[in-house]
Write a protein that binds this ligand. Structure first.
Ligand code: SF4
Ligand code: SF4
Length: 245
């Protein structure tokens, strides 16, 4: 059984836990440790801390234990736990928040999960849909598991799942915007989603006029001005004290 040393928990630890709580939009004290989340979790058998335990670590302020856990990286984000929780604790969101925080600190307890995640999201951002051959090749190369699943390739090719043709959607920029919004902005230097991206991909490719971006985080600083040009000009004149033409 793991021994927990609560005497070392600092105010800074509690502040960092509060950051995760805010990021996930949950109230950790709502959890009364019933374990219903864990009972329904399809991945619990592979986790070093089951979902209930991860929440408990956070409740106790043991942030470093939570950030170094494999659990959030193994989590499939199926949301069964969130649906089952009688207290309405969105554990799936907690998993993502812990994972994001760990990644920002350079922690990735399950390296392959992080590589796969980046490769998958990058695939969607680049093409609007997943191209299995590119995904597999990128993952195998970056993870060092060069021949993983290569024996499946002939069967996948026979079923049309992989091939020389790259599949993409018509409005790739729209899909990319959706992905970025869902992820809450990707870190510019960690993002490998777009081969052309050098930190200012959105300025070049997202086709959103007048938007201002923080190129280090890929987040919108000022929403785009979607008004017709005439209305914009009129407003500019008013702000300058001029008259509407
Ligand atoms: S189901 Fe909800 S209340 Fe029960 S242990 Fe899980 S998070 Fe806590
Ligand atoms: S979202 Fe993650 S923690 Fe929750 S049930 Fe699914 S795999 Fe388990």
């Amino acid at each position: 059984m793991e021994t927990l040393d609560l005497s070392r928990v600092t105010d800074e630890d509690r502040r960092r836990v509060a950051g995760i709580e805010q990021d996930a939009d949950v109230t950790l004290t709502d959890c009364y440790q019933c374990g219903k989340c864990t009972a329904g979790c399809p991945m619990a058998h592979a986790m070093d801390l089951v979902p209930r335990q991860l929440v408990r670590m956070l409740q106790l302020g043991l942030i470093d234990r939570a950030l170094t856990a494999k659990t959030p990286w193994i989590c499939a984000n199926c949301m069964v736990c969130s649906v089952r929780c009688p207290q309405g604790v969105d554990i799936s969101a907690i998993m993502l928040a812990v994972r994001r925080t760990a990644k920002k600190r350079g922690l990735r307890p399950v390296r392959e999960a992080d590589i796969f995640d980046d490769a998958f999201v990058g695939n969607i951002r680049s093409f609007g849909k997943s191209n299995e051959a590119i995904l597999a090749a990128k993952y195998n190369l970056l993870s060092g598991h060069l021949f993983q699943d290569v024996l499946n390739a002939p069967r996948m090719a026979a079923r049309g799942m992989i091939g020389p043709k790259i599949h993409s959607v018509r409005d790739k920029a729209a899909v990319r915007r959706l992905v970025d919004r869902a992820l809450g902005g990707r870190q510019g230097d960690a993002c490998q989603g777009d081969v052309a991206c050098q930190g200012d991909v959105k300025l070049d490719t997202l086709d959103i006029p007048n938007a201002q971006w923080d190129t280090s985080t890929c987040q919108v600083l000022r929403p785009p001005d979607t008004r017709p040009p005439d209305d914009r000009d009129a407003n500019a004149h008013q702000n300058e004290g001029g008259e509407r033409p």
